[in-house]
Design a protein around this ligand. Structure first.
Ligand code: ADP
Ligand code: ZN
Length: 686
């Protein structure tokens, strides 16, 4: 036997992956897996689970077999590993013969450290002997909640993993982001024969994700505004219906965004095409139903919007959790309205579930609505639901702008009284007419203008009453009754308020038009922005040449650090997050050349002509201003841009009046209006 020192995980973390430190929780898990103990790790999406089995696999003897539910996920991981210089391969039904041959020859030569496999392969008789022969010394199970029959991702073949562990008699490390007690118990029972593994439960907070809800008010415009302010960033818009994904993505395209739709009614090939585009392109917006989910493993999704209320807090968190897995800032917006609440209640009531289950479903919906109608830090409410206590977060809409609340006890009692006096047979519209004293024909016909509650609510406007009713539905004080065509009926929860035994506060401001939040601006300061865009251009060309997504070359964070720290040698380059030995070798010189200016190929020819001249800097500043104002100062205008050759002419001639600027750059009125004053300012300072 050769006695060679095994590498330490911490060393490989830096030299292979280029990360200076573990993320919270990773090190303990890596230690346990290294020591060959059975482990179960529950970490939120983006917590960095893969590293927890990849690092030990590289440090230990033999091969680690990784069971993962989706071919696309496996391929992405293997591609990223190979880019970092790690020998890894997949055995799936999607392999070509050559791929499979290459995997086996790497295994036979003892080069391969990680073998990814779909669970279906465990059903084949040849798999066990093969794993024995190649010296499989550890099993890693990704998305371990797929063993749970009650979850939505159940994969029957996952049940074979327990037997595999027994037969191979090797340690098993299971990973998932689903933390509920039942799922955890099922994982222990099915994967570990009921012998509790060493368990790690990471906190659920994703502090880099900004949380925001808004009441629907021309929802389509709300979504379009949100997207426009973030143009060029990758985002997902979740919609309740297939039709909406199509119309919304059409609307986005006609506003100049790059966008496509995705839903379960499309055939598998079209769906896969969208997944690949999303993975590879910068700044694509996908309007999708919740079918767009597990197959996406893109770390740099910058925002997720919900055009309709999600199904539950769990699905909300899973869906927004797809944003910002790289740890950089990400944003979310969830729209909801009275109709969403009505629809969900009715779906539960009209479903086929037994009564206890319906009760539980209403309870879960209440929790979600409680989050939507929260009056203080939204993250506290969210984490509280998962059993975690937290301080106000400073990164949600309610921390940004505290809710304005009012004592609504009186208003709610009036509303309840209107409901009861009309026999619980009417919806909010009619009830509001009664409360505000609007004697419509329907009101008069039924004699409702004779009720003591008629016109007792004149102190609130019609929209204000709408908000009161919506929040009453949200707090489950009233529920639409499907057997009465959605008429509102009082629940037991409302009795104490009706009887004057309890008070209630509601939000007043959700009915005002919210001022849209400014999008997160570019990730670096002004002085580094043009270098960052040159680095991104270099990345794009390398990614295209290699047929890989841009982030596989380097994630944004790495380029940002390069732009800010400006390493001037390959040694210094190695100190940048995300630069490991292999990537340094593959790409180091190319990016270094961009930073030191030795690689003019990343520049536009018009800019290249100005190299070393003072006008070169002026050109960069003008280019920068034009990017900032591309959609106007408010970020929602029609996109306008100016050619690089026009910028060059302007940078060289340096006009000082709008009319000279117009003539020299041949800009025309629209561009002069948008860019003129800002350009003159740049030229004046130059
Ligand atoms: P999960 O599977 O838990 O959702 P991943 O394993 O895909 O998360 O990791 C999410 C992102 O975090 C990846 O882009 C990964 O490269 C990055 N990452 C993981 N560990 C670290 C670390 N220690 N330092 C910096 N980035 C990390
Ligand atoms: Zn907050």
């Amino acid at each position: 036997m050769i006695d060679r020192a095994m590498p330490l995980p911490k060393d490989l973390l830096a030299s292979v992956f280029g990360f200076a430190d573990f993320r919270p929780g990773q090190e303990e898990i890596v230690d346990a897996v290294m020591a060959g103990r059975n482990t179960l790790a529950i970490m939120p999406t983006g917590g960095g689970k893969s590293l927890c089995f990849q690092l030990p696999a590289l440090c230990r003897d033999g091969v680690t077999v990784v069971i993962s539910p989706l071919i696309a996920l496996m391929r992405d991981q293997v591609r990223a590993l190979r880019a970092a210089g790690v020998e890894a391969g997949t055995l799936t039904s999607g392999n070509t013969d050559e791929e499979t041959k290459a995997v086996f020859s790497a295994l036979d030569q003892g080069r391969l450290k990680l073998l990814y496999m779909a669970p279906e392969r465990l059903a084949l008789g040849a798999t066990l002997p093969m794993l024995r022969r190649i010296n499989c010394t550890m099993i890693a199970v990704d998305e371990a909640h797929c063993v749970s029959q009650w979850g939505h991702d159940f994969r029957p073949d996952y049940l074979r993993i327990g037997a595999l562990r027994r037969d191979l008699n090797v340690p098993l490390a299971a990973f998932t982001a689903t933390a509920d007690e039942e799922t955890r118990e099922e994982i222990v029972a099915r994967l570990f024969d009921g012998q509790p593994p060493e368990s790690f439960l990471r906190g659920f907070d994703r502090p880099n994700i900004h949380l925001a809800f808004a009441v629907k008010d021309s929802p389509r415009d709300q979504i379009l505004r949100f997207a426009a302010a973030r143009s060029g960033q990758s985002g997902i818009i979740y919609c309740a219906t297939r039709a909406k994904t199509e119309t919304l993505s059409q609307a986005l395209r006609s506003e100049g965004h790059s966008s496509c739709f995705y839903h379960g009614g499309m055939d598998a090939e079209d769906r896969r095409r969208v997944e690949i585009r999303f993975q590879q392109e910068d700044g694509l917006i996908v309007a999708a139903t919740v079918a767009f989910g597990m197959g996406i493993d893109k770390p740099d999704i910058r925002w997720v919007a919900h055009a309709d209320l999600p199904k539950s807090i769990e699905s909300y968190y899973q869906e927004i959790g797809r944003a910002g897995r790289d740890g950089d800032k990400a944003e979310t917006l969830t729209l909801y309205g009275q109709d969403d609440i009505r629809l969900r209640r009715t779906q539960i009531d009209e479903g086929l579930a037994p009564p206890e289950r319906k009760g539980a479903d209403h309870g879960r919906l209440n929790a979600l609505l409680g989050l939507a109608e929260a009056t203080a830090c939204r993250r506290q409410v969210l984490l509280g639901y998962f059993g975690e206590a937290a301080e106000p977060c400073g990164n949600c809409d309610l921390c940004d702008r505290p809710a304005i609340i009012f004592d609504a006890t009186d208003a709610v009692r009036k509303a309840l009284s209107a409901i009861l006096r009309t026999g619980e047979w009417f919806g909010a519209g009619h009830l509001i007419d009664i409360l505000t004293g609007n004697a419509t024909p329907k009101v008069r016909e039924r004699g409702h203008d004779q009720l003591p509650t008629f016109a007792v609510g004149k102190d609130l406007s019609k929209p204000a009453w709408g908000a009161v009713f919506r929040q009453m539905m949200g707090r489950d004080l009233v529920r639409p009754d499907p057997e009465r065509f959605g008429a509102l009926r009082m629940t037991d929860a409302a009795r104490p308020i009706l009887r004057g035994e309890a008070a209630i506060t509601l939000r007043r401001d959700t009915i005002d038009k919210a001022t849209p939040r400014a999008a997160i601006k570019e990730q670096v300061g002004e002085e580094d922005a043009s270098l960052l865009s040159a680095l991104k251009a270099k990345r794009r060309s390398l990614a295209e040449a290699g047929g890989v997504p841009a982030y596989v070359v380097f994630p944004d964070r790495t380029l940002i650090e390069m732009a800010q720290r400006r390493p001037t040698t390959l040694d210094a380059m190695m100190g940048i997050t995300g630069v490991g030995a292999k990537k340094l070798e593959s790409y180091g010189a190319a990016f270094l050349a961009v930073i030191t200016g030795a690689d003019p190929s990343a520049m536009h020819p018009a800019r290249k002509k100005l190299l070393g001249k003072n006008s070169g800097q002026v050109f960069d500043q003008l280019a920068e201003v034009q990017v900032q104002l591309q959609r106007g100062a408010d970020g929602i205008g029609k996109p306008l841009s100016i050619s690089s050759s026009a910028l060059r002419k302007i940078a060289e001639a340096r006009p000082s009046t709008l009319s000279d600027l117009d003539r020299i750059g041949d800009l025309g009125p629209a561009k002069i209006e948008r860019f003129g004053p800002a350009f003159l300012e740049v030229l004046r300072d130059a």
